[in-house]
Unconditional design. Structure first.
Length: 66
């Protein structure tokens, strides 16, 4: 039961962190896009990729523990 609480807390922290970055992502992309539109696109792709990468790595680490 304790492990479930820790997993839920970790997922909530990760989701909140990504939610905060997603909230500011348009502002970040506009700032970067004024320098280079391609760089703004790379930032957007990196954000989405990082979201999936974090949960994929978390799943792999949980499988190793079992």
């Amino acid at each position: 039961m304790e492990e479930d609480k820790r997993s839920a807390l970790a997922a909530a922290i990760i989701m909140a962190s990504f939610g905060l970055v997603a909230f500011y992502l348009p502002t970040i992309m506009l700032a970067i896009g004024s320098v280079s539109p391609a760089a703004a696109g790379v930032v957007a792709v990196a954000f989405v990729g990082a979201f999936f990468l974090v949960f994929w790595l978390r799943g792999r680490s949980r499988q190793k523990g079992k």
